[in-house]
Unconditional design. Structure first.
Length: 87
């Protein structure tokens, strides 16, 4: 631990952000897993509900810098094609 007051504050802040970001990444992973399972089961209603949540969270977390914006676009494109082929 450092001796400077501001760097101590920054260390505490970074620990809090690490916890928040890890929980957000977990949310994304869970949603992607849920939508993959729903697509495999061909449950259109469940897919639609999860897709709306996933799309919103991908955009939100890309804007906050948790994931890169192109990564978010790639995930959205991948799942959109799977959903489109579901019909």
């Amino acid at each position: 631990m450092s001796n400077i007051k501001s760097s101590k504050k920054y260390a505490i802040k970074s620990q809090k952000l690490k916890k928040i970001n890890s929980s957000r990444r977990t949310i994304l992973r869970r949603l992607m897993k849920k939508i993959s399972i729903a697509i495999n089961e061909k449950n259109k209603i469940l897919v639609k509900n999860i897709w709306l949540k996933l799309q919103s969270n991908l955009d939100k977390f890309a804007q906050k810098g948790l994931i890169h914006k192109n990564t978010a676009a790639r995930y959205k494109s991948k799942f959109y094609l799977k959903i489109k082929n579901l019909d």
